[in-house]
Design a protein around this ligand. Structure first.
Ligand code: M6R
Length: 614
């Protein structure tokens, strides 16, 4: 949710921190703040609203020179997004400053304890409690590392904390429990970030931390311990993308850039997935073939857009493998007491790899001895680390809050998983698998074809810029596409949008249809004749009631043309792969409509990219 940066080195910490926050702002943008250590004192500034407000304040009242600092960009949990609640928070004597991501669940009790001891807390946040506790420790003689270990042992909940001590400019200390934190390894300088974007401009060498660890960075090095002070180790890795990937590259929005990156992202997601004999290989899947042959049930867990990828995956995996496949929203999963055994494969789909709901769900699955496989885009993130196996989607950094290339590459990973299981279990012949893989290899060009026609969708956005409500209909693999189209519109354009399975219309939702209501209809390829024909019937039913139909169908599908007020032609692809092409116009539509409405497409209101609280 929040973005966190820490720096100690030789550069101006203000510049490193602000630039890091700029690259992390997609994580939360309710307020931003910075604390620098200068001359045995803290120099801080913080402002409600986007980072630009903080930058303006600093330009008007410059901060002193410093080479040690921390910063924060916030997605509010405790307390309104105002200047007072913005991070950093300082201790009572303004010796320690802290930034925090997560929720301290026992903060009320700790706050009460502090207030009874005479502490005056200024904000409504849980974070300020940590600042006061840390300052108590350092004033009692502990160094900041020991202070952090002592305080963390008292905290409950999920948190990343990063702190500086005005009397010790040599170090920045951070800690994590159930919340993201990575270290950037530089030369004569070191960094802390919620993710690698925070320091990618300076170094591509990173260290991932384990659960319940404290890390101290100085100019000279990095030291990791457990909360009890015992030495611990992180895992070092090289980041395979650079600053250019985290920049907009001439586009108005990261989202638009990421939509147009999808052909390349699909190609990257497919890269190196088969051996010389043409057999699929998923190197990162560390579950043996024998174990995969014993799987008798698959449960896919995910949230939001990733959940729609899961819905598509069910159609493909059940069809190719004949293994029963359930889908569950991560936040509902463990509360229904799911039946899991050693032969259950739980697949967790998460672009960020940090979604708290999904993380908690896989922990539940691990406890029940199920095997867990993550489909994830973020190397070094927690969900793949805590899973038995992972398929990385290789989409590159996704900065726009609305998931786009993350979704399409999740679909690719799901297809690969389904085909791999079919290969291992022999439910499909090799030539059948090879045929689907060949189709997948063509999807890069098919998606490009849809993108080349973007102007058609943009014109549609112009036409419907005053729409108050938009519906989306689909069947089979087109149903999750309809849900995804509606989600994109809700999160970006803030208008009422709903996706329905077309067959469900007559059971109630058809009452919503009124003259002029725009309805996007995802028509299955003609290869699935029954599905196709039933979808056409649904389109006729809504059109008869005055809906304005925007039909996404194969370009040469003449059967549907008479019922389409607007036709968005799609390339001819197999039904199971159609979501890869059908989703793209809906992404373009939402992006363009939100732009025309004057909304911030990359940072929609109330949202954050990575939802690290439950
Ligand atoms: O990082 P994750 O894939 O776990 O995130 C899940 C959802 O929060 C995410 O897909 C969200 O729905 C996006 N904003 C959708 O565009």
């Amino acid at each position: 949710m929040c973005g966190i940066v820490g720096y100690v080195g030789q550069k101006q910490a203000k510049d490193v921190v602000i630039e890091g926050l700029r690259l992390l702002e997609y994580r939360g943008y309710d307020s931003a703040g910075i604390a620098l250590v200068h001359d045995n004192a803290l120099a801080t500034d913080k402002k409600a609203g986007k980072l630009a407000n903080l930058e303006k304040a600093i330009a008007e009242a410059p901060l002193p020179s410093s080479t040690t600092g921390i910063g924060h960009t916030r997605w509010a949990t405790h307390g309104a997004p105002n200047d007072v609640n913005a991070h950093p928070h300082a201790g009572p004597q303004r010796r320690v400053a802290v930034v925090h991501n997560g929720i301290l669940e026992n903060f009320a009790r700790l706050r009460d304890e502090l207030e009874r001891a005479g502490h005056d807390l200024l904000s409504e946040t849980d974070t300020e409690v940590a600042a006061h506790l840390l300052e108590n420790e350092v004033r009692a003689g502990a160094d900041l590392t020991t202070a952090m270990q002592n305080v963390c042992r008292r905290l409950e909940g999920a948190f990343t904390l990063v702190a500086v001590d005005a009397e010790d400019p040599s170090r920045v200390v951070a800690a994590r429990r159930n919340s993201p934190l990575v270290v950037g390894l530089g030369d004569g300088e070191n960094f802390i970030g919620s993710d690698v974007a925070a320091f990618i401009e300076h170094t591509r060498e990173a260290l991932e931390l384990g659960q319940d660890q404290v890390v101290t960075i100085t100019r000279e090095g990095v030291e990791v311990t457990s909360f009890d002070g015992s030495p611990a180790e992180g895992r070092q890795y090289h980041v395979d993308w650079d600053l250019a990937a985290a920049e907009k590259d001439g586009y108005d929005w990261f989202m638009r850039k990421e939509i147009f990156e999808q052909p390349r992202a699909i190609a990257d997601a497919l890269l190196g997935r088969h051996d010389e004999a043409g057999l699929l290989q998923l190197d990162e899947v560390r579950i043996s073939d024998d174990e995969l042959r014993d799987i008798d049930k698959i449960v896919i867990i995910a949230c939001g857009t990733s959940n729609y990828a899961a819905m598509v995956a069910k159609y493909a995996i059940e069809h190719w493998t004949r293994i029963p496949c359930e889908i569950e929203l991560s936040h509902e999963f463990r509360y229904r007491d799911p039946i899991l055994t050693r032969n259950t494969l739980v697949v967790a789909i998460s672009q960020s790899g940090e979604t708290a709901d999904t993380l908690m769900a896989i922990r539940h699955a691990v406890k029940q001895k199920a095997k867990v496989l993550a489909i994830c885009n973020t190397n070094g993130s927690t969900i793949p680390r805590e899973s038995d196996a992972v398929i990385y989607t290789h989409a590159g950094p996704e900065i726009g809050v609305a998931s786009t290339k993350g979704f399409l590459t999740q679909l690719i990973a799901c297809y690969l998983l389904g085909l791999y299981l079919a290969q291992v279990r022999g439910t499909k012949f090799g030539d059948e698998i090879a045929a689907v893989v060949r189709e997948l290899a063509q999807m890069e060009d098919r998606v490009q074809q849809v993108l080349d026609d973007a102007a058609r969708t943009y014109a549609l956005a112009e036409r419907f810029r005053d729409a108050k409500s938009v519906l989306f209909l689909g069947r089979h693999a087109g149903f999750p596409v309809a849900l995804e189209g509606a989600l994109k519109l809700k999160e970006l354009a803030y208008i009422h949008a709903e996706g329905f399975a077309a067959g469900e219309l007559k059971h109630g939702p058809i009452a919503l249809i009124e003259p002029g209501l725009p309805v996007f209809c995802v028509v299955p390829p003609r290869g699935r004749d029954q599905l196709h024909d039933k979808m056409i019937s649904a389109i006729q039913e809504i059109r008869a009631r005055g809906a304005l139909t925007i039909v996404l169908a194969e370009g040469d599908d003449t059967e549907v043309t008479p019922y389409a007020d607007v036709l968005i032609p799609l390339p001819t692809v197999p039904t199971l792969l159609q979501p890869l092409v059908a989703t793209v116009p809906l992404q373009l539509f939402a992006c363009e409509l939100a732009t025309l409405m004057g909304h911030d497409v990359d940072q929609p209101r109330n949202l954050a990219k990575s939802v690290t609280v439950e």
